[in-house]
Structure formats: C-alpha cells, structure tokens
Design a protein around this ligand. Sequence first.
Ligand code: ADP
Ligand code: ZN
Length: 740
Amino acid sequence: MVARVALDLILRREFDYFIPPQLEGQVLVGSRVKVPFGSRLILGSVTTLLPQSEHPNLKSINKVIGEHAHIPPKVFELARWISDYYCCPLDATLRSVLPEAVRQEEPGWKEQLVVTFVNEPTDAHELSVRMREILALLREKKSARLALFLKEAKTTSATLRKLEEAHLVRIAPEISERDPYANEVILPTQPLELNPEQKAAFEKIAASMEAKKSTSFLLHGVTGSGKTEIYLQAIARALERGQGAIVLVPEISLTPQTVERFKARFSSGPLQTLVAVLHSHLSAGERHDEWQKIRQNRARIVIGARSAIFAPVEKLGLIIVDEEHEHSYKQEESPRYHARDCAVMRGQLEGAVVVLGSATPSMESFFNAQSGKYTLLEMPTRVDDQKLPLVRVVDMRLEARHDKGQGVPIFSRVLRERILQRLEKGEQTILFLNRRGYASSLQCPKCGYVAGCPNCSVSLTYHRHNQKLICHICGHNSAAPTVCPEAKCRNPAIRYAGIGTERVEEALPKLFPKARIARMDSDALKRKDDFKRILGDFRTGKIDILLGTQMIAKGLHFPNVTLVGIIYADLTLHMPDFRAGERTFQLLTQVSGRAGRGDIEGEVVVQAFTPFHPAIQYARRHDYLGFYDQEIEFRQQLSYPPHGRVAMLTMRGRNEEKVSLCADHVRKELDATLGSAGQFIVAGPAPAPLLKAENFFRYQIMLRGRQMPKLSRYLQGFTERVKMPEDVLMTIDIDPVNLV
Ligand code: ADP
Ligand code: ZN
C-alpha cells in the first residue's frame, strides 16, 4: 500500500510513500506521519491511500504519530472541498485545518510531578514523627502536585524521595491540563422557559435533528429576541442524542461573558460536559489541550472563532454560527474560506443541523432562505416584549450651520441634551464611533500638505496620547509634527480633520464635567484584562458614558443603558465596496440594539451627513425586510452577490508598472481561455481602491457570474498555467468580503 502525503512544508503538491508492513493498518487518511524528504525527516498528513503509485523508487513512511488520525474523515472531506472551491492547494488548506499546536511530533501536554499516597506505613518502617505527619497529610489528600505539597507540608523533596524509596508514596509526572478559564467563577444555569416565538423556532430545529436531516436554518431574530437561549437548548438536545456541537462566534464577541453562558449551562447536571474554547488569544499550550479534549471526546461542545469549524468533534449533530453576517468569518489569507459557508458544507457532510443566527442576516443568507436553500426562522420581538428603541436621525449638515463659523460640532444639540438627561436620571449612555485615534488626517490648510503613509495609499491617523502619526494599515508610525513639515511652508497652524474616539473622549468632559467616562478601543486596552475590567465597571454603574469602536457594538447586554449615540453614521457608507450600505445597516442596527435592554425603553440618536440614505433610514425603522428588498434590486442590476458570485484576482508587487502589465496579461489570458467556464463578467484590471498597502501595489480583476464551482476549477488550472514573474504575486479570492 501507498500513502499520499501533504507535507507541512507547503510545496503545493503531495508526495507518495510506501506503508511499511509494520505500519500497515495504522496509516489512515488524516493520520499524521513522519517521512523522509531529501536528507531530512518531515511531518505531514496522509491525504489518500492507494494500492500503488505511478512514481518509482518510493521511500517508506518512518513513523505514525498518535493513536488516531488527527483529522477525522468528514473534516478531511471539508478540507478537500475548501481546497477545490477556494483554489488553495491541499497542503496549504491543511495548515488551517490542524492547529500548529497539535502538529508536533511529541504531544504537547504539560506535565507536572504529582505525589500520591500508596501504602500505610508499618512498624517495620522506621519513620520519624515528622515523616509520619507528612504521610498523614498526604493520606488525607490522596495525591497532590509535588511543588504545592512541599510548601504545604513544609518539607523537602529529599524527604519525600525517602518515603518513595520505602514504597509509601509515588512521585510521577502527570499531565496537567491548562484551562484558560480556570480563574472564572461560573455558576450553573438552568434552561429558561421558552416564549412562544422561541418555542416555534426551537421545535423546528429539534424536529430536524430528530429526522436526522441535514437542514440549514437561518434564525433571524432581532437583538434581544433570545437567540442564545435557543442555541443552548438545541445543544442540550444534541447532547441528549449523544451528539456534539460546534458554536462559532466572531472573534470579537468571544468575550468571557459569551463563553460563560455556554460553560454555565453545561457545567453540571446530567448533560455535563467540557466546553472547549478555541480562539486566537490562547497560548499554544492552551490550544493544544483544548483541541485534545475535543479529539479525546471529553469536550462535546466547542465554542470558537472561524477555525473552530475544523474541530474534530465526533458525532457532530449541530453547528451554530452566531452573527453569521460578520465579515471576520472570512479568512483573509490562503485558504480564503468563509467559515459560515464551511459550516453549511460540514453540516451536509456530517448530516448535522446548522443554525445561522443574526439580527441582520447577510444578503447572501437571506437570499438563500428565500430561495429555500435555508429554512427561515423569524423572531421579530424581544424577550418579554421589550420595545425596540426609538431611533432619531440628526442631519449634521444643519448642525454645522447652527454652530456659525465653528465647523461641525462633534455632538448635535439633540445628542447633548439626551446625554444630559441620562446623567440626571442616573442612566447610562453608549457612544459609538468606528474610528480610533484622535484625527483621521493631519493637514496643512496653507499649502495643502496631508500626512500620508510612506508604505500605503492612506493618510496617517493622529494619536494624541503618544503624539504619533500611525498608519492603520501597516502600523508605520512617526512623531507628529507641530508645524507643517513642508520645507517651504512651516505653517504652525496644522489642522486635524476627521474625528476619532480620542477626540470624542477629549470633548466629553468639557460638555459633561461630572460624567464618568471610559473609552474602549484597541488603543485603550493595554492589558489582557482591561476589557473585562471596563465592562465590569460599566455594569456596576461606575461609568456613565462608555465610548468605543465596533468592539462595543455587539453582544453586550446592559439593562441600564437607555441611550446610544452614533457619532458619525455615514463613516462606513463611503467605502468603495458594494457592501457598504449593507455594512452600515448592520452596524447601525447592532449598535442600536444595545439600547433599552432593561425595563426602560431605549433611545438612539444617529448623527449623519447623509441622513436620507436607505441604509440609515431602514435601520431607523428597524426594517430589515425593507432594506433587503431595495438592496437586492441593486445587487441584481449589477450581478453582485447574492445574485451572482464574485471571484477577485489580485496582482501585487513592489513595482507598479510591472504589476499593471501583469494584470493586463492576465486579463488577455482570461479572455482567450475562459470560454465555456465563462458566462462570467470580467471587469478590470483596475488599481485596487487602496492601491498601495505595506509597500505593495495591487491591481484587481473582478469576475462575476453564477457557476462558481466551474469557475474555481478553471481558475485552478489557470494559476498553474499562467506564470507570473517572481516579484509579482497573483491571489485568487472566491466570494471575497474585503474588496479594498
Ligand atoms: P439575542 O442573542 O437574540 O440578542 P439573548 O439570547 O442575549 O438575545 O437574550 C436576551 C436576554 O433575554 C438574556 O438576558 C436572556 O437571558 C433573556 N432571555 C432569553 N430567553 C428568555 C426566556 N425564554 N425567558 C426569559 N428570559 C429570556
Ligand atoms: Zn501604511
């Protein structure tokens, strides 16, 4: 027998090896193996088993790692699908599928010395009184970590070694599992009684599980409609049926608060199981242990970000994708997979039920629900019939005129007045601005100078706290000048344009001297627990106004927040992206959803320079369907998703002219060979909206059409055929989310 192996080296191809007789039967698809490659031994994953190979002189597999195949068969099928659909070689795909922490040859468990009581001493043992005391203490404990026990018993390891020689105790290394949530106190919760809307949705999901049909549901429930409770009860149902579950949440909402809700429900009772957590802030060791808990079938529930879709859960019965519209589900490097679409695919492969949940479903998912690909579940009201907040849109152009000569104020009169009211009543306010820093650009009004990034085609953001100009694309930073840097100008009156969160934070105390204010954005969070601490202070009423970026837009649930102010609602509208409207609608709806989650009705003030834009107006009315209907028309006219699919080819390199020439060449090749894979509209090449990023110039060609799998196959052949010069790179992004 022969095994085809994808090496960890990423060579964009696979290699065949003999399975030596002594390893026969141990090598499976998905197994990790060690194989000779050149003069070295390299690790890799088995992708195929063959009776023989067309290659002569095969070398033999050296070793099989672990007892089980690391990648279960269905996950392997998913990896193959990703590889084909997203045009990514299998070896590169497998690198995303299997976390680095579990790829090593030696298992990555942390071991600690543990001392265990084994035998009662007899009179034959000549023990000192002190030793008998130590032994008595250990008898009580049965076993303990050596280091801790030494401290507690106030003794030395030499003493314990003597007891070990007398066969009274045993000292041996034991695996000590790392638990990233070890310090959390998690109180168990009981299932809530579902309201009629929740019940209807839950029963459809449960019936589907019962029927063992792989159905994908789109759970469209407004913020606060109780979607999470449905997830929890559906998971409980899966466990009762002996099945496991995966819950995907966007990285940004993997807060301790979210994780706790899942751990709390399954921490005790008949359905007790470990809940494994996978996200990017785990240490390699923690990730290894969490993954192994899943692989060993001890954790039956996994909650994690994007890559948790590859978790090796056995008998997977349920996959939940919360906030399914979130763009972070798309991986922005190869393999450029979308975790939501992979969830649906994995559901089909495993015969599992998939639930995609959102208050603002993506256009793609709602379209799929309308066409019958997904089953739509609607929950239009909040739990306990709380009203959705009243949203007021303020036309900032009028505010500018009002404040004569002062330019546009940060706060409209309405927002100022509303914040004051909240402060008087002891209620809380959330202010949202999706731009960090102090000012988005630094300009000289005299000579027109704008501080730009030397590596990217964007202006630098001014950060006041460290007096720096920082590029939000590449991180380049330099000291902020105090006079115009142009040699001929040197104007001391340089101007900061485009407000950021730092600027708002500075303005707040002047308007509301008594208010207690906190800012939450990635600059403000310096230490690991800052996020938790600020939220804790807000929850306990130590903060009146919480100001932040999209970090505070979702998932947070504070009953005393009765006002949400959106400082600049049109910020996302001006992005050169066909999803700009959708994105704005989603963000406004999500942020508004933070208001009025308690007994008092909430209010939202939206400040905008284009107040009549449909994305803003439909968000104001909480009218998802209205927004969808007008947006889908625009998408149809231009064959944009969900009415067609997009593939984006990007050529990048340091020499703009060369990149542009290559892009022209690619276009010619496409025109000449696309043929029957065609019925695709080809646009470009054109410079990317952000032409230069991190010193690379980028040119794009966009293809739009319907039959994506066919195009994927064509593009795979295309990349193998069309050779680029060394210093120009072509990437293929299927169903791209980021077009800039
Ligand atoms: P969503 O995820 O849809 O925004 P949540 O699941 O966070 O909504 O629910 C909002 C609040 O309502 C939570 O505090 C939750 O505990 C509570 N809740 C959910 N379902 C019920 C129910 N059936 N009865 C009482 N309270 C509920
Ligand atoms: Zn830059």
